[in-house]
Write a protein that binds this ligand. Sequence first.
Ligand code: PLP
Length: 459
Amino acid sequence: DHELIRELMSKLVPVAMRLQLVEGINNCTIINDSYNSDFTALKIAIDFLQQQKQHPTKTLILSDILEVGQDSATYYTKVAQLIQQKGINRFIGIGPKMMMHQSLFAQHSGMSCTFFESTELFLQHFDPKTFREETILLKGARPFGFERIKTLLEQKTHKTVLEVDLSAIQHNLRAYKSMLAPGVKLMAMVKAFAYGTGSVEIANVLQFEGVDYLTVAYLDEGIALRRAGISLPIMVMSPEFGAFDQMIQWKIEPEIFSIESLKAFIQAAEQLDTENYPIHIKLDTGMHRLGFEQYMLDELIQTLKQTKAVKVQSIFSHLVGSDEADFDGFTEHQAQSYRSMSEYLMHGLGYKPIRHLCNSAAISRFPELQFDMVRLGIGLYGVDANPMMQQKLKHVATLKTTVAQVRKIAKDDTVGYSRRGKVQKDSKIATVSIGYADGYFRDFGNGNAFMLVNGQPAR
Ligand SMILES: *Cc1c(COP(=O)(O)O)cnc(C)c1O
């Protein structure tokens, strides 16, 4: 019953995830989970482990689960079944209960199992060489002190980190999805290292969330995603001549913006005997960077009709100022050109590719321009020019560092190079472990910006 579903859905509360994904030794990826260790939390953590496609081997290090509440044999049978279902390759159980029930886990073939009575014993036997190129989920109840295992497995522990909140990415994606008309697809822009937030990690989340397309700027970014197990369709915006073979081998789809690039791509595709290889046609409706103009469309259609090696998967254009009301007139003008050029092209081709025009800001400001798909970029990472939309977004990236020393400075004294940081009154100052090598702009110095210290702004 729809009504019942609606009522119950409204009562669902989001489950806070406190899973941390960090780089480990020997090219491992470590998922550290400090969330409480009941069965549901374990399931969530294992789902997250499965989302990680960067290594084929998935390892789970699990302590006894406290708060059992049922008889422990039944409970551990359930846990062992879950782990088996989810295709974990390697299992390390720690704790007296794990020792007691180890036969339940060992029953399952295809999974290597080891057990230790305590975290101390695991640490004594720890050999870094035995962990390599795998994704390791560390899931321990507090008394087991798994942070000691984390320290051993971590690549390095920096005091200055860019923290990226993957659940905020999920939240923002869903905020935009809820604005789409039914059936409209979503292409997520992960170009430029996913706007500086990491590529594989973000792509794993997006793949799990079922976006329709990913877009990168360069082929090597796309290949890195494929190597890490991303299977979504990927579009490349600046396909380099000379690398088309490689692109086809990795099933990555080019943006085509000129007759020359089209002819070169067709040649490569025909040599590899492809059929209907998907390509994406970019139209120039006013950005004047790349793309076909109206007068080029006849030649484009002719060229496409002479080959079976490629097929137009989508037709798109890019808006110049969808985020500013001042340009709304121009946006309308671009939309009109896009509509008529894409219709001309579809008529000439005799089929209907996916059409897309909106970037992030346009999704909420121009819902009537969603066509078949939208291209979500900066909004995914928490920024939208539309205040109504900005309100719905969560903050994604936080640059964090630590205070190294605190000292007192007298009025008129100075701090730092060239005596530029003049102190106006007797002050208490903190030195932080970050500099321009970490991406912190020099312009922020000398009181031009502030950091938050325990939530309080400090210049
Ligand atoms: C970067 C880019 C986008 C995304 O734009 P945002 O304003 O970040 O949403 C969309 N389309 C194209 C062609 C782009 O290059």
